[in-house]
Design a protein around this ligand. Sequence first.
Ligand code: GLN
Length: 534
Amino acid sequence: MTKYIFITGGVVSSLGKGIVAASLGRLLRSRGFSVINQKFDPYINVDPGTMSPFQHGEVFVTDDGAETDLDLGHYERFTDTNLGKFNNVTSGSVYQTVIEKERRGDYLGATVQVIPHITNEIKSRILGATKQFCPDFHIIEIGGTIGDIESLPFIEAIRQFKAEAGIGNAISIHCTLLPYLPTSGELKTKPSQHSVNVLRSYGIQPEILVCRTSKSIPKTEKEKLALFCSVPKEAVIECRDMKTIYEVPLALESQNLCTVALKMLGVKDKKAKLENWEKLIERIKNPTKSIKVAIAGKYTKLSDAYISVVESLKHAGYADSASVEIKWINSEECIDFPTCKKLLSDVDAVVVPGGFGIRGIEGKLNVIRYARENNLPFLGLCLGLQCTVIEYARNVAGLKGANSKEFDENPTHPVIDLMIEQKNVKGYGGTMRLGAYDCHLKKGTKAYKAYGKDVISERHRHRYEVNTEYIDILKKAGLVFSGMSPDGMLSEIVELPKLDWFVACQFHPEFKSRPDRPHPLFKGLVDAAIRRHK
Ligand code: GLN
């Protein structure tokens, strides 16, 4: 029987609940249990796919093509499990289903209400995910902060769910912040007490408190929290700021979070096999070399917008005990080539990530030209591939005025065009080419060597593609098409064999990298960067 662990947050947002949920998942997995994580997001968007990365950070894409919250990326990376569309639930998607049912007449005669209709739908989303994966443990994180109006239906649904599951089958963990007041030299517990009181007023008594803090929590303060919040002393867990997020599972293990949770859920504890994870942390904390990699995009003010790209670069570094410093370059600043040159002069590699719209495109083209002309290791992702093709067409293949139809309705050479199946698509929500598709690799290419196999599967999120009419011209000019869709129609990877590492892909490899298993394309880039650095 699946056991349930709900995770809520209080006091402030951005507490790192997602990391706590993912870390607990890792600790359970390390004990040999199967685990899934699920995220509830209280906003009205049906999914985050239509939100600006400045609003919401990266949109994480699953194998089954769901556009999801970036926390799913943490879950996948920490627990090494591929999740799917059932693992992210928004208020918008819940209301959409309930309203569709109402229009169909499923509730004929009834007044459709938040309780029970919305809360029932939320509970059925929990059970739906359980049914798909049948895990030993199902961890559910509720986005937002306790006290927010918009998360109330989710809180009410978990109250009901806990009561219906019965004692010992579902617990909740409340994550809070203990602010430190330097003037009195104290960690303050009052905001956490208030937050637990609010949670209780909704009918939920948390079983465990995870307290974010910059200092060690004195025994007296732990006792105070236990007393006022009605949790056992051993269930007040300290969660300090760590050098790397991947250290959080070890920190929580040393505080016995998993052991305490298992005891409350009536499950016999097992010894955690964390040796490999510990070795990983050792490598992360004791790098033997350091490289600098630029990310040239337009959402550089918010690093969360490219979180999987950043993590993938770091993972590739970990494998070689290299620390990877990120240099953020706003592609709009690369509009003139001399500035672009200057900005790239001190880096060992550059990534041009995915994106939408014309802003910053000419700067990205300059970045790619600089990388190509100076043998600077380069990786292009999605829009990064499209820009690579445009740059090559214009500056090497002699196709003046080459462009993407995304940026110019009628270019002289439309080297990037809307995919045929996208031509009649109306509306923006969930309508791109999404999720995992196979790609065939060409023997003898860098991509083939990196992956070491003929067929790969990677996750996509795009509307445009390389215009097949230009493939021969580009090939003749020296661009190698090293990965194609199984029908040979869609260009998935391009590369320049003479350069040390100059590869671009139409998919998003960053969604499949793991801290202890870097993605081959990021590994290729980082290895080339290390060679160059030497
Ligand atoms: N805007 C491009 C497209 O829709 C690239 C998308 C992306 O980088 N994810 O095809």
